[in-house]
Every structure is written in structure tokens, then in C-alpha cells.
Write a new protein. Structure first.
Length: 156
């Protein structure tokens, strides 16, 4: 299992990450393992305001993603796309599965999502000049697992 800066959700604090945490993926990357975590913190300084993670698993598999934790500032959002979708003319147009913001409407949003294919795109948009994000442990934790299409069989 590969994780992008991971700890259990109940123990995570953006200012207390142990030395065993992998930092290679905090600003975004592509992960190909069949099970894993993505953990993003506003405290991690990146060269871009949009951090992107692509999950790409084996063909004939779907991805089930669960948002385990999120705190967002007024200017930030998390967007999850089903990047297996495409338009009729062949141009890829990801389908937005979930958008989380800090407007109070997300409390009842589905926190577990399933793709139609073997790819998923997660975007974390944070404004660098939003200092409240750094002070309030802003970020998210998401866990994912790949399953065979139509069967519900989990891979390990």
C-alpha cells in the first residue's frame, strides 16, 4: 500500500507529521497501487495553488474513494473527478463526482464515491494568500481501494 503522506485519520495533525511520512506526493502525483491514502495539508507549501492526484489502477477495475477528513477555508475546495468518462466525440471530459467547499452545503454530501473506470482525479485548490488555511489544520484525508468492475471484489 502506498500513501501520500499518510497516518490514520484519527491521529492526523498537519503540524505533527512523523519522519516516516512520505513527502514525495504532498503536492500531487500519480498513484497506481490498488489501495492507499492521499493526505493533503495546507501547511505543506507547494509551487502551485492546484494540487492534483491521479489514481490509476488496473484495467477492468473501479476505484472507491472515501473522504475520511476535511477542513477547508473559505477560498479552498476539493474536487473529485471520474476521469474515465469521455465525450461522444472522443475528447476526454472528466465528470465531477464531488466538490467540497466551506460553504456549509457539504455536510450532507456523499463522502464515498465510485468511478466508472480505472482512473480518478482529485484536485485540492488552495489560495496561498489565505493564512487562515495554515492556522486551522486545513486539508483532507482520503482512502481508496480498487475493485473489479461489476463484481465488488476487493483487491489486496
Amino acid at each position: 500500500m502506498r500513501c501520500c503522506c499518510c497516518l490514520s485519520a484519527s491521529k492526523w495533525r498537519a503540524d505533527e507529521q512523523p519522519s516516516s511520512v512520505t513527502y514525495q506526493c504532498q503536492c500531487g502525483c500519480t498513484v497506481t497501487d490498488s489501495i492507499g491514502y492521499i493526505i493533503a495539508s495546507a501547511r505543506q507549501r507547494c509551487h502551485t495553488t492546484i494540487r492534483r492526484w491521479t489514481i490509476h489502477v488496473k484495467p477492468q477495475h473501479t476505484i472507491s474513494l472515501t473522504i475520511d477528513y476535511f477542513i477547508l477555508s473559505q477560498l479552498s475546495s476539493v474536487r473529485v473527478y471520474d476521469s474515465a468518462k469521455s465525450t461522444a466525440d472522443g475528447n476526454h471530459l472528466p465528470l465531477l463526482l464531488l466538490k467540497l467547499t466551506n460553504n456549509g452545503e457539504d455536510e450532507y454530501a456523499a463522502k464515498t464515491l465510485v468511478t466508472s473506470g480505472n482512473r480518478m482525479l482529485i484536485e485540492y485548490i488552495i489560495m496561498d494568500n489565505d493564512m487562515s488555511a495554515v492556522r486551522n489544520n486545513e486539508g483532507f484525508i482520503a482512502s481508496y481501494i480498487a475493485t473489479r468492475e461489476f463484481t465488488g471484489i476487493a483487491l489486496h
